[in-house]
Write a protein of this length. Structure first.
Length: 153
């Protein structure tokens, strides 16, 4: 009788394991319904005494299919809305400086991806469902200094 109890417990454990394994809501799509020729960014900083620093990120010739809405970008533990410009999508990502020792940058809160320094994720909406596509390489361009803060474009 002992083998039956052991077998039943093992079977129960397997069933629970199978049903508790569901795909991550933040899983990357292997193929995205969009075309992208190049991605690049530049760091920016302000001249304001306790100002901010951040990143401008650009996606040249990002062309979604007809039923796709481009939403946001995730890059270096920052998230920003993507806006369509002339021939590209762009986002201004901001890290606020604090009054902490040495004006250290703070990045707190939940960030759903484990990305490398030159990787980012683009979120898009397809048929009402948010999906994610990983961009494996984002080129770096020369930084920008905004003495009075970044423009509101």
């Amino acid at each position: 009788m002992k083998p039956t109890i052991t077998n039943n417990l093992l079977l129960l454990l397997i069933i629970v394991s199978i049903f508790s394994c569901k795909p991550s809501q933040y899983a990357f799509q292997k193929e995205a319904p969009l075309q992208l020729t190049r991605a690049y960014f530049n760091n920016w900083t302000t001249g304001v005494k306790i100002g901010s620093v951040g990143v401008n990120i650009y996606f040249a010739n990002l062309i979604p299919e007809h039923n796709i809405t481009i939403d946001s970008v995730y890059f270096r533990r920052m998230k920003g809305k993507l806006y369509e410009g002339k021939g590209l999508y762009k986002s201004r990502l901001t890290k606020r400086l604090t009054n902490a020792e040495d004006n250290a940058l703070t990045t707190t809160g939940f960030f759903p991806f484990d990305l490398g320094n030159r990787e980012c994720a683009i979120s898009y909406i397809e048929d009402g469902v948010t999906k994610y596509y990983k961009v494996d390489y984002v080129a770096e361009k020369e930084g920008v200094y905004y003495p009075d803060g970044p423009p509101n474009d």
